[in-house]
Design a protein around this ligand. Structure first.
Ligand code: AHR
Length: 498
């Protein structure tokens, strides 16, 4: 296109398939932490609450967000949780100390309430067992309670609790962040590997159809990163389906250019875990390729948070209710781009968390729930990136993001192809402080391909993170040039008439 300066280039080819998107890529996480459950999901006193005490406005926003799977009940909380406390008649449920977050747990909300809430919200449950203070027996009891049809102690107890049919929970996590010294009952790599393998074996005897996620490293800077995964897979390769990884990105701990490199940092982490899994596959001579579950990721101003050591044991204190700005929304969109680029290995990803606690959805007593900036790129990607991911190999200038990463491309992209809609959606992030022009080669989409729309999130175009429609986009000679605002997340759509 004559006369337009081009800063970066990308080509879209519907035959260059990475993988189909697993719907669980758009997952979230609800922990008994702060006001995520109590005051977030569950608040019988709220005007929007239904007969079960679930906030109706939150359920509406969860559906709008497009979340498909929700991990529960923790997080750090699960590592000292007794699941039996949260089932059966409410009046008989004990108050307990929530050791992870130093507060009082009433157990008003538990397994049965979570299952009812998932049905009302249209999401799949992803249940975590306690491998901190507990072990094989309690995990087996829990899966028998949930998934066994009848005529055993635990399955009949579930039926007595009003759930005649099994809950049929398919996806299970074997503990949470067991490598972290902050975790109640944390483990050495060997201790966890053996416990995970034995727990997985026993759980599968109860229900052979489940999928199991082993806890991986809590972030890429953990001293045991790499060794943890190798040792785990040495013992558990044949017993688990996914290795988990967690990563949070803190804008307060880095400069803006470093923070904007978060997507590249996450990609490096995913690549390293994939490499470790594949190394173990070769060493063990296995056919199966391990898949990944990025079951906690988000922007979190973690450096502002200090672990409480002397707070009174009160119910659901507000914890880490971060307010997000537009740059945070751009980074969230960029992190999702990075995950989609690895859709061949990443099947599950859970933004942490869903309501109030570092969350896209916020509530306040008696007021309607509202969307944070980070809600918007997630919702659009969950709605539009739901079919097949295509390889895009952008040619882009790179920058040095200091201690965080070097050779970070200024423009990162992914694209998805929806054969039913005959549409290609290109997602692009511009990490530069300047507007950049991106040339998009759509020749492989055929002569009839036309641009359909361009929306962007950037502090240069809006203050609330709601995507703004950009200027008209035209395809000429199989090419189109888009202007990506400074530090922006962009969604560009192309119609491909048959
Ligand atoms: O999401 C908040 C906490 O972050 C989780 O409980 C824990 O798993 C992680 O460290």
């Amino acid at each position: 296109m004559g006369g337009v300066r081009v800063d970066a280039r990308v080509a879209i080819d519907p035959d260059a398939v990475v993988a189909d998107v697993d719907p669980r890529m758009f997952g979230s996480f609800a922990e008994h932490m702060g006001r995520c459950i109590y005051g977030g999901i569950y608040d019988p006193d709220d005007p929007s609450a239904d007969a079960d005490g679930f906030r109706g406005d939150v359920i509406d926003l969860v559906r709008e967000l497009g979340v498909n799977v929700v991990r529960y009940p923790g997080g750090n909380f699960v590592s000292s949780y007794r699941w039996e406390d949260g089932v059966g008649p409410r009046t008989a449920r004990p108050n307990r100390l929530n050791l992870a977050w130093r507060c009082l747990e009433t157990n008003d909300f538990g397994l049965g309430e979570f299952m009812s809430w998932t049905r009302k919200s249209g999401v799949e449950p992803m249940m975590t067992v306690n491998l901190g203070t507990r072990g094989v027996t309690e995990a087996v009891d829990l899966i028998e309670y949930c998934n066994h049809p009848a005529n055993t102690y635990w399955s009949d107890l579930r039926r007595n609790h009003g759930f005649e049919e099994p809950h049929g929970i398919k996806l299970w996590c074997l503990g949470n962040e067991m490598d972290g010294p902050w975790q109640v009952g944390s483990k050495t790599p060997y201790e966890y590997a053996r416990l995970a393998a034995e727990t997985a074996k026993a759980m599968r005897i109860v229900d052979p159809d489940i999928e199991l996620v082993a806890a991986g490293s809590s972030n890429s800077k953990m001293p045991t990163f790499g060794q943890w995964e190798s040792e785990l897979l040495e013992h558990a390769y044949d017993h688990v389906d996914y290795v988990a990884l967690h990563h949070y990105f803190d804008p307060d701990a880095t400069s803006v250019p470093e923070f904007l490199a978060s997507g590249a940092v996450l990609e490096r982490f995913v690549d390293d875990v994939v490499a470790t899994c594949d190394h173990m596959r070769a060493r063990l001579g296995r056919k199966k390729r391990m898949r990944l579950s990025v079951d906690e990721w988000n922007v979190w101003r973690q450096s502002r948070f200090t672990e409480p050591t002397d707070r009174a044991w009160i119910e659901s204190p507000a914890l880490i209710e971060d307010d997000y700005d537009v740059t945070d929304a751009v980074v969230v969109g960029d992190l999702l781009i990075s995950l989609l680029r690895h859709a061949d290995r990443v099947s599950i990803a859970n933004q942490a968390q869903l309501v109030n606690v570092i969350a896209p959805i916020r509530t306040s007593p008696g007021k309607p729930a509202w969307r944070q900036t980070i809600f918007h790129p997630f919702a659009l990607m969950a709605a539009c990136a739901n079919q097949t991911v295509l390889h895009t190999r952008p040619q882009s200038p790179c920058y040095d993001a200091g201690d965080v990463a070097d050779e970070v491309p200024l423009v990162s992209t992914t694209a998805t192809w929806d054969p039913d809609l005959r549409a290609v959606t290109l997602f692009a992030v511009n990490r530069d402080a300047q507007q950049l022009s991106l040339s998009i080669d759509v020749k492989a989409l055929g002569e009839k391909a036309r641009a359909w729309g361009h929306e962007a999130v950037s502090s240069s175009v809006s203050t609330d993170g709601i995507p703004v429609a950009m200027g008209e986009l035209t395809v000429e000679g199989g090419e189109c040039v888009a202007r990506l605002p400074a530090q922006s997340w962009n969604m560009l759509r192309f119609a491909v008439p048959a």
